[in-house]
Ligand binder design. Structure first.
Ligand SMILES: [Ca+2]
Length: 278
């Protein structure tokens, strides 16, 4: 899979779906089915007006949840999927390898460990990822990226995610490792890409995810979105890393007509972007 779609048999926990489902279909037959009198007609008009306002509100909410960034197009300042157990936004950007960790309690016999990355001007380097419980062994395959393959966006044992179609996405690099020869370098521009790996877990047990991270830009603070006015290219200042444990994180997909409109409007973006150096 090359997107944020959930793996088969694992339910999505995307909270925006719950919100959209609250906009249940309005039963027009019930509204229009009462006897015809002047009073009833006025009531019907009022109810219909409320219903239409409700539909409009749901449509607007749907658009808001859909994000201005349709997957598969040149992205423009896209937010990450929700549901992260760790979001570095608001914390200092490390310019030498720094260790991070986060715990989670398993709720299923299979847990997807996922990382989402964005780094507009340069690249984040991830290495020595581990998931363990009770002092046990690393449950991840190729957590240090030493199995490569070098140059591939999809490290052995992992699945690559990039439904936004972000450029300068991650790949296994034979440079600036924390240990060994390889690291995972990711410079996704104006949107998030990611990697995910499923591990077997025991519901109720506590697991610790640890990893090492280094950044090659001069940015000082992680932030989910670019707030310096550049929402199309590597001049943005969006930089973040998020960790997920559970279902593979997902993003919503707007209607094809919306995709077409947005795609037409931003088709030229990205072609003039300068090359990033690692
Ligand atoms: Ca390594």
């Amino acid at each position: 899979m090359a997107n944020w779609d959930p793996v088969p048999g694992v339910s999505s926990s995307a909270p925006w779906m719950t919100a959209i489902n609250a906009c249940a279909p309005i039963n027009l037959a019930r509204i229009l089915g009462s006897p015809v009198t002047r009073e009833a007609t006025m009531t019907r008009i009022e109810v219909l007006r409320s219903a239409l306002l409700g539909v409009l509100a749901c449509f607007v909410a749907d658009q808001a949840f859909a994000n201005p960034c349709p997957p598969g197009n040149p992205p423009t300042n896209c937010a990450p999927p929700t549901g992260a157990i760790l979001d570095l936004a608001g914390t200092p950007v490390p310019h030498q390898y720094t260790q991070y960790d986060v715990n989670f309690i398993a709720t299923s016999t299979t847990t997807n460990i996922s990382f989402a990355f964005r780094e507009d001007p340069s690249f984040l380097f991830l290495d020595d990822v581990s998931v363990a419980t009770g002092g046990g062994p690393n449950l991840l395959v190729n957590g240090g990226f030493e199995s490569g393959p070098e140059g591939s966006p999809e490290p052995q044992g992992w699945t690559y995610l990039n439904s936004f179609g972000a450029t300068f996405g991650g790949e296994v690099e034979g440079s600036d490792p924390h240990s060994g020869n390889n690291a995972y370098a990711d410079g996704a521009v104006q949107a998030y890409d990611g990697i995910t790996q499923a591990i077997a877990t025991t519901p109720g047990s506590v697991y610790t995810i640890t990893f090492w991270l280094n950044d090659h830009s001069s940015l000082t603070t992680f932030r989910q979105l670019s707030d310096n006015g550049d929402v199309t290219g590597i001049g943005g200042n969006g930089i973040d890393l998020l960790v997920y444990a559970g279902a593979v994180p997902t993003v919503t997909t707007p209607e094809p007509a919306t995709l077409l409109l947005l795609g037409t409007g931003i088709a030229a973006i990205g072609l003039s972007r300068r090359r990033k150096s690692r």
